[in-house]
Design a protein. Structure first.
Length: 129
């Protein structure tokens, strides 16, 4: 039960991150002005139409004339959408197996009074149809 709660919490947090990335992407894709900010007083973080670029500060730019890192919005959105997609799939999978099915293999146990799944041999509570 605790594992399920943790998974649900991580999936919800990941969904919020995904929505935040998509909103940030939408804001900067149609905006003409981009805000620049400093990270750890060493790097300039510059949002662009396709992603976020991290440049060295101007005093160190002669050493590194290219961006130090580039994070595309689409990649970040895909990465943060994995957990919510898994959560939806697992919820649908669990819902499908609850209605008179074997909890192990999903075999339909409607009309089975023996208490044993004929497909995998798992003991189940007899389903009254």
């Amino acid at each position: 039960m605790i594992r399920r709660w943790r998974f649900n919490t991580v999936a919800a947090f990941s969904l919020l991150l995904c929505l935040a990335v998509i909103a940030y992407w939408g804001k900067h894709a149609w905006s003409s002005r981009h805000m620049q900010f400093t990270l750890w007083n060493r790097y300039d973080v510059v949002p662009d139409k396709v992603g976020i670029m991290v440049w060295p500060r101007p005093k160190d730019r002669w050493k590194h004339p290219e961006p130090v890192a580039f994070v595309p919005y689409a990649g970040a959105a895909l990465l943060t959408s994995v957990m919510p997609i898994l959560w939806v799939l697992l919820c649908l999978h669990g819902f499908r197996r609850r209605n008179g099915s074997c909890p192990r293999c999903g075999y339909n146990l409607t009309g089975n009074l023996s208490g044993v799944c004929p497909e995998c041999g798992t003991r189940v509570i007899a389903v009254k149809g």
